[in-house]
Write a protein that binds this ligand. Structure first.
Ligand code: ZN
Length: 213
């Protein structure tokens, strides 16, 4: 695939032109992660060529999702119900809470079916350089959740990055007084690796072989 500079993070964001529906579509599609302008233009063309099969069903699905989907007040997952379907599932081990950086990690763990407990989405990782402090993440609600007494183990499934490790240490310190075991994923998550790019088997193995944080 040829290089497209608008795929780069921080690439210039084009304004949406007011009176050109085709260009509006391209500009908006190009803002979706992974879609640069070139891919956006191809996607727009395909939809315009097949409005009944592609464009109108997509438009309805977007409307429906925008209307119905929002964050779960318990775990931070995105779902059409609140609490989300994971939090409401009576077969889940409610004492086992897996802490993830983002919803994409939660979805990756769910895809493989490796985790039978609940989740807590932090909404990022601590970053001194990026100016992300504990109050910017869903840390106080996690501490509150653990302090409520229902949680028996906290599994830290954070990315294998400096920020992920820093966040893990910070959380282990914050949770220590509550005397609930805090574990982390075993090695097997490659350094720098995000969870949602791992295959399901690797993720399941890392979860099974977790150890004290
Ligand atoms: Zn939930």
């Amino acid at each position: 695939m040829p290089f497209d500079p608008s795929d780069l993070p921080g690439a210039r964001r084009d304004p949406v032109p007011p009176n050109d529906p085709v260009e509006q579509l391209v500009v908006l599609l190009a803002r979706i992660p992974g879609l640069g302008r070139r891919s956006a233009r191809r996607a727009a063309l395909k939809m315009l060529q097949e409005p009944q099969r592609l464009m109108l069903p997509l438009s309805r699905a977007l409307d429906a999702a925008a209307e119905a989907v929002g964050p779960c007040r318990v775990c931070g997952n995105l779902d059409a119900t609140d609490p989300c379907h994971v939090c409401r599932d009576p077969r889940r081990e409610r004492g086992l809470v897996c802490v993830v950086e983002g919803v994409s990690d939660l979805w990756a763990l769910e895809r493989g079916g490796a985790h039978r407990g609940l989740y807590h989405v932090l909404g990022g990782t601590l970053s001194a350089l990026g100016g992300v402090g504990p109050e910017d993440l869903s840390i106080a609600p996690l501490v509150e959740r653990v302090a409520s007494g229902e949680v028996q183990e906290v599994i830290l499934a954070l990315p294998a990055t400096v920020e992920g490790a820093t966040t893990g240490h910070y959380l282990a310190d914050r949770l220590r007084p509550l005397e609930v075991p805090v574990t982390r994923l075993a090695q097997g998550v490659p350094m720098g690796g995000a969870l949602d790019v791992l295959d399901d088997g690797t993720l399941a193995a890392a979860l099974r072989a977790r150890r004290p944080a």
